[in-house]
Ligand binder design. Sequence first.
Ligand code: CO
Length: 208
Amino acid sequence: MEINNIFNNNYLWANEKLTVDSSYFSNLSKGQSPEILYIGCSDSRVAAEELMGLGPGEVFVHRNIANMVPNTDLSALSVIDYALTHLKVNHIVVCGHYYCGGVKAAMQPNDLGILNPWLRNIRDVYRTHQEELDAIEDEDEKYNRLIELNVQEQCINVIKTPQYQKAFSDRKVAVHGWVFDINSGKLINLKINFKEKLKDIQEIYKIS
Ligand code: CO
């Protein structure tokens, strides 16, 4: 890939949009009111809007290694705060993906420097579900299951935030856990029962 080709691609893309709707960009410039906050992995193969068939203006996006929502991550927490309090999104999606390098790295006993504290969050997910994961003998199956459980735990991390708890009581904002299967292109709904999870966590994490 030649980096300068991107400007040509951009020119063609912008023209294509304008051919369909001459006020496409001037409308976009008026503001955003997305319905969805999408929290996904930075992996280059998981194209957030594209895989959902959505376009500019429809999704507020946050991406990091292994779609994490750590309690001390100002970036993720600011995105959640802004999406819920100011954009008033009605859905929060945590989307993981099979073949996730971040989750794979967390399963190896290697010292990865600055990545260690980040991957620690995934190892904590493993420890929380150790009994279930240790019982899976097939390594690929174990890897896939950790990816799913990580999505579930990051949904719970979203639910633990005071912003979410408030947004749920105000307007019943939904939390969804999905996994994108790179090998088939399919999006899988983990069907997280967020109302039940909210009730469970509020025994300890209730903030009101
Ligand atoms: Co990934």
